[in-house]
Structure formats: C-alpha cells, structure tokens
Design a protein around this ligand. Structure first.
Ligand code: PGA
Length: 251
C-alpha cells in the first residue's frame, strides 16, 4: 500500500535560528498526535544538521531541497548526496520547477542526481509539472509523461519503487492559483497509468504521488480526497507550523 505523505518545501526561506524554531514548532505539534500520513520537512542545506538535532525522526522526516549531480570533487558551492545523507536527512527534492527554470536543470542532470541520491540511501521526491502555456495548449499530459520518461525510466523497477513523485503545475506554484481537485486527479491518474505501462500495476499502485502548488489548509482536504492524490508538497504554507499542520491533519 502506498503511503500518504505531506512534505514541506521551505525553499530559500528562514535563517538557521528561524528554521530551527519552525522545525521545533512542527515537531511539538506532532508530539502525541496520531496523524494519517508521513510528515517530512525539506530545508535549506545550512539547516539540515541543526534541524536534525531538534526533531524526532520517528515523527518527522528530514530532507534537502537539492543535491549535486557529482559524487565529490572540484564543484565549488555544490552539496553532494553523500553530504546530505551524512546530516541524517532521508529525503531530497529533485527536479523542482524552480531548479529547472532558474538553474538550468535538465533530465540529463536529474538522472545523475537521482542515481546518486538512491546510491546514498536518500529517497528522491521527484517533481514534474507543466507551465501555463502547456496547460492551455493541451499538451500538459505529454509534457509530464516526457519528464518522467526522460529522467526516470532508465531506473530498474526496484529503484523506481523507492521514489516519491510530486506533480506541481508550475502555474499553481506560489501563485495562489491551485489546480482544481479534478485537474489534479486527472494528472495523477495519468501519471500512475504511465508508471503502470512501464513497470506494471504493483509498482504503480505503490508509488506515492503528491500534489504541489498553492496547497493550503482550505483546499487540502478536497485534493487529498481524490483517489490518486497521495498527499502534498507544500511551499508557502509550510513556513508556518499551524498552517502546515492544517494540511497534515487534512488526511
Ligand atoms: P507553494 O509551493 O505551495 O508555495 O505553491 C509548492 C512547491 O513549489 O513545492
């Protein structure tokens, strides 16, 4: 059975002390609470070690927001998958649209990142999604299918089973404009079918597919009620413990 997951993506927000406080607040809110999903926070590299020190790993998973496409060496400013893993983090967001758009990430570099993440025991939260123009010209299903095929279909079924996918329509990220629950369901069912055609029904049924893009407490319930929406990747609303918990408890 696939897992329900709510993951925060803090992006480039909070200083270390602010981030530690936010992590503590989320951790505290989860204390003694039964929730119906796995809860993860993905934080800036600088925050991984101090945040890992203040959270209960049984209740709250920790992830990075990116990792390098090389193992080690002369890549000034990069942070490798082994480095991320050595902080205690268990997850890494890869292929976020902001990385594709502003930092030129391609399916080729993402393939390397996914391989290195898996090799180091990290679970990739792999993002896919179309831009507004592709939504409007009707090519959005093909676009997302190609993103999956190009970056992930080189994986064995065993490795593919280790991934979490996140469908994030770029036009919905940080815009306040959420995909409707029916739009999300259409895409999630399509993604699952795409996985099934390549890896079979069992792998497809066991893959968690999260929705991301202006997900908030007020719309999370309707989105998560859809059969193929297995949770959310949450940007803005994850920066406040109360609103993040409002989404966690939507399950
Ligand atoms: P948002 O971001 O919730 O602020 O729209 C989601 C994401 O980019 O992961």
């Amino acid at each position: 059975m696939r897992k329900n997951i709510v993951a925060g993506n803090w992006k480039m927000n909070t200083t270390v002390p602010e981030g530690v406080k936010l992590a503590k607040d989320v951790n505290k809110a989860l204390e003694g609470k039964e929730v119906n999903c796995d809860v993860i926070i993905c934080v800036p590299f600088t925050h991984l070690v101090p945040v890992n020190d203040v959270i209960d790993a049984d209740k709250l998973g920790l992830g990075a927001e990116n990792c390098a496409d090389h193992r080690s060496g002369a890549y000034t400013g990069e942070v490798s998958a082994p480095m991320v893993a050595s902080t205690g983090a268990k997850y890494v967001i890869l292929g976020h649209s902001e990385r594709r758009q502003y930092y030129g990430e391609t399916s080729e570099t993402l393939k390397e990142k996914v391989a290195l993440a898996l090799e180091n025991g990290l679970t990739p939260i792999f993002c896919i999604g179309e831009v507004l123009e592709q939504r409007e010209d009707g090519s959005y299903l093909d676009v997302v299918k190609k993103q999956i095929e190009d970056a992930l279909f080189n994986l064995s079924a065993e490795d593919f089973s280790k991934l979490i996918l996140a469908y994030e329509p770029v036009w919905a990220i940080g815009t306040g404009k959420t995909a409707t629950d029916d739009q999300a369901q259409e895409m999630h069912a399509f993604i699952r079918k795409t996985i099934e055609d390549k890896y079979g029904k069992e792998v497809a049924e066991n893959t968690s597919i999260l929705y991301g893009g202006s997900c908030k407490p007020s719309n999370a319930k309707a989105l998560f009620a859809k059969p193929d929406v297995d949770g959310g990747l949450i940007g803005g609303a994850s920066l406040d413990a109360e609103s993040f918990m409002g989404i966690v408890t939507a399950f």
